[in-house]
Design a protein around this ligand. Structure first.
Ligand code: C2E
Ligand code: MG
Ligand code: MG
Length: 295
């Protein structure tokens, strides 16, 4: 942060240097950033948003949408992914891509993930009650990497499942590749305890991190979700086809499922099927929707 006439106290300069430091850190390792006024506005905006996020759960501003997951051959819906939404009283809908990182920084993500698990298990109980036996969908729930690293997600899940009285086998957790591969020793315990009660685990955004084949073999994982960036234009881009084909082969050799996300066009779906990818989701098959007219 550079000295300027509008600074009156040393702390002001330090505060701005701090803001610039966070910006540099957010960009990756070994970087610098020079403070400018726009960072101030952004930091202030993020802080305001974070403050209102704290009250969002109790004020009933959060809700869930569910996106169907299909068996691609024959297009049979086999499950859904729960996606959290925040209706901000002034700003309207705020994307989780914007508020989940804020919630991770402040630790509020634990409250949000708990809220989501509570909602999902209540919804599952309603489906178990209202749908013919065995027809309730498998529900995927995203767990933030930062939250998973705390090591007690299995307690949270067990609590939610028991409170709602639903079979844990209807639940699947989606955990980012980096959360599992970053510290596989720490991930092993919670994963094993989840597996023990019957909860499935899927690696989200697979292909964007650095998975070790050895770790993939040892962790109790049920499926890989191919990141959207490899699905986009897969019909036209040879590199994407090669990557997806490799992931499908890997999943086969591990004896686990593979799910493609972000399928938007018929041609993408056909190419995925030709490559042996059996499961998928995306706007083409069905967008995320609220249950029971919540939106
Ligand atoms: P994700 O788990 O990879 O979720 C997939 C995202 O892709 C969702 O965005 C979904 O709405 C979007 N999507 C679905 N089909 C298509 C498609 O065909 N094309 C395109 N372009 N996008 C598609 P969303 O809902 O904005 O969520 C963004 C991310 O926020 C999620 O990525 C997940 O990491 C996080 N997130 C969402 N809900 C939760 C939650 O309840 N808890 C936690 N911890 N994170 C969540
Ligand atoms: Mg997901
Ligand atoms: Mg994803």
């Amino acid at each position: 942060a550079l000295s300027a006439p509008n600074y009156h106290e040393p702390q002001e300069l330090l505060r701005d240097a701090d803001i610039a430091m966070y910006r540099a850190k957010a960009g990756g390792k070994a970087r610098y950033a020079v403070f400018d006024e726009s960072m101030h506005a952004q930091a202030f905006g993020a802080m305001q948003l974070e403050t209102s996020l704290h009250r969002a759960p109790e004020r009933g501003e959060l809700f869930l949408e569910y996106q169907p997951v299909y068996r691609l051959a024959g297009r049979v819906a086999i499950g859904v992914e729960a996606l959290v939404r925040w209706r901000h009283p002034q700003r309207g809908l705020v994307s989780p891509a914007e508020f989940v990182p804020l919630a991770e920084d402040s630790g509020l993500i634990v409250t949000i993930d708990r809220w989501v698990l509570g909602e999902v298990t209540r919804q599952l109980a309603a489906w178990e009650r209202d749908l013919p036996a065995g027809r309730a969908p498998l529900v995927s729930v995203n767990i933030s990497a930062r939250h998973f690293a705390l090591g007690d997600v299995d307690d949270l899940v067990r609590g939610a499942v028991e409170a709602a009285g639903v079979p844990a086998s209807r639940l699947r957790l989606e955990i980012g590749e980096s959360a599992l591969m970053g510290n596989p020793e720490a991930a092993a315990g919670p994963l094993a305890r989840l597996r023990e009660i019957g909860v499935r685990v899927q690696v989200d955004d697979f292909g964007t991190g650095y998975s070790s084949l050895k770790v993939l073999h040892t962790l109790p994982i049920d499926s890989l979700k191919i990141d959207r960036s490899f699905v986009r234009n897969i019909d036209g881009e040879a590199v994407n086809r090669q990557i997806v084909s490799t992931i499908v082969g890997l999943a086969r050799s591990l004896g686990i499922d593979v799910v493609a996300e972000g399928i938007e066009r018929e041609e993408e779906l056909e190419t995925l099927v030709a490559l042996g990818c059996e499961l998928g989701q995306g706007y083409l098959l069905g967008p995320p929707v609220a249950v029971g007219g919540g939106t």
